[in-house]
Design a protein around this ligand. Structure first.
Ligand code: SF4
Length: 412
């Protein structure tokens, strides 16, 4: 297959079908509660449906002590059961490599625990707060940066002190932006979400709220008209979804995203750059184009955090820079995410860009464009006194009574 044929095939929207669950009725399949109840969460359930490699089987056995395995039927349907390198499979089926902790890896790579004034609230940047409202997700990503608390099987538990968290937000007038995350906030019931959002909206200095969620990808059936009606009550509210590969954008996902967009919710996407999954310019191009077709703006491309057991999924930084280089100028600007590294240990997001400034000198900068053509851009200089005097002189002439009545603008 040529690159163009591969690109074409990746940008088509498909339905997942339900061939691994032939007994499920259409109503059951489309019900998010049925999807959650029927998640693939054990070795037996997985081996009932596919053959695992030795690396995967060992990974599943080890996962119960670190980060649970759970895969919604919807997402499972995307797995190529004949391809051990399937990009969907590698995101949710544990592998033995997860058991190895490289020297540079950490349990809390973004230093969140040291920025928690109240359990569940991370206050790292002056004007915005991350509010962890649950430790559960519909499926679990093997590279999850919060795997120390997510899924409930690791060493740490997420302890949320709701009243203390709301009181902190009420008292801290510098907080204007709250990001609900977890775990996955859209896994909470409609009522609970409504209560949280209502309470936040009652705080006058909170200007807007964001929700970070992978539910539109793992469980699009959860994006019900009822949920959208609740979210719509709490504008301005943004939703950041999380998708890594164009295959994840199915017809069901597109319909869910459309419901969110029609509720007036601005949608952005956060991807993680993952080795063997999406670390090619072609896959990234197909992904960002498909996102735009779903009315989602590609927002961030994250360098994978130094989370324990992630070395088999991390790429060199040069790979990310090269991908951005091959997008910038070659496709719609709206389609280019900002590539970032979360500074290890709690440094916050650091943007990474290919080098377009070749040289900076006093009064000028030497640049290159996406085709490597070189340009000089001079800085602005003060207007010469003599030119200003001449302009004043002309002004005096135009101030004659004959000129004053002339129209300034052109007539249509
Ligand atoms: S959905 Fe988000 S919080 Fe949940 S496992 Fe994946 S990356 Fe972690």
């Amino acid at each position: 297959m040529t690159d163009e044929e591969l690109y074409e095939s990746m940008t088509v929207f498909h339905s997942t079908g339900q061939d691994s669950w032939p007994q499920a009725t259409q109503d059951q399949w489309n019900d998010h509660r049925w999807q959650l109840k029927n998640r693939v969460s054990s070795l037996a359930a997985l081996e009932d449906r596919m053959e695992l490699s030795a690396e995967e089987r060992a990974g599943v056995l080890l996962a119960g002590h670190k980060l649970a395995m759970s895969i919604t039927p919807h997402f499972f349907q995307l797995i190529d059961r004949d391809d051990p390198d399937c990009p969907i499979r590698r995101q949710v089926i544990p592998r033995i490599e997860e058991g190895w902790t490289a020297p540079e890896e950490m349990a809390d790579p973004c230093g969140e625990d040291s920025h928690m004034p109240v359990p569940g609230l991370v206050h790292r940047y002056p004007d915005r707060v991350l509010f962890l409202v649950t430790d559960r997700c519909a499926s679990y990503c093997r590279y999850c940066t919060r795997s120390r608390v997510v899924s409930g099987v690791g060493d740490q538990q997420l302890e949320i002190q709701w009243e203390a968290a709301f009181r902190y937000l009420e008292q801290h007038q510098e907080v204007r932006d709250v990001l609900l995350s977890g775990g996955d906030p859209l896994l909470l019931s409609d009522d609970k979400l409504d209560r949280i959002l209502t309470r936040l909206r009652a705080i006058p200095h909170i200007q807007f709220v964001r929700i970070g969620s992978r539910i539109p990808i793992f469980l699009p059936q959860r994006i019900t008209p009822e949920l959208c009606a609740i979210l719509q009550k709490h504008h301005p509210l943004f939703v950041s979804i999380h998708t890594n590969h164009p295959k994840e954008l199915t017809t069901e996902v597109r319909a869910g995203l459309e419901r969110l967009a029609n509720a007036g919710i601005p949608l952005g996407n956060q991807s993680v750059l993952l080795r063997g999954i999406n670390d090619s310019p072609l896959i990234q191009r197909a992904l960002v184009h498909k996102l735009l077709m779903c009315r989602v703006r590609p927002y961030y491309l994250y360098q994978c955090d130094l989370i324990n057991g992630s070395s088999h999924l991390r790429t060199p930084v040069a790979t990310g820079l090269s991908i951005i280089e091959q997008l910038r100028g070659h496709t719609t600007g709206y389609g280019i995410p900002q590539y970032v590294i979360d500074g290890p240990g709690g440094g916050g997001k650091i943007p990474l860009n290919p080098e377009y400034i070749l040289n900076r000198q006093p009064g000028r900068v030497i640049l290159r464009n996406y085709e490597n053509e070189v340009f000089e851009y001079p800085d602005p200089q003060p207007i010469p006194e003599e030119a200003l005097r001449e302009l004043h002189h002309l002004t005096q002439q135009s101030n004659e009574p004959d000129h004053v009545g002339h129209p300034i603008s052109a007539t249509l």
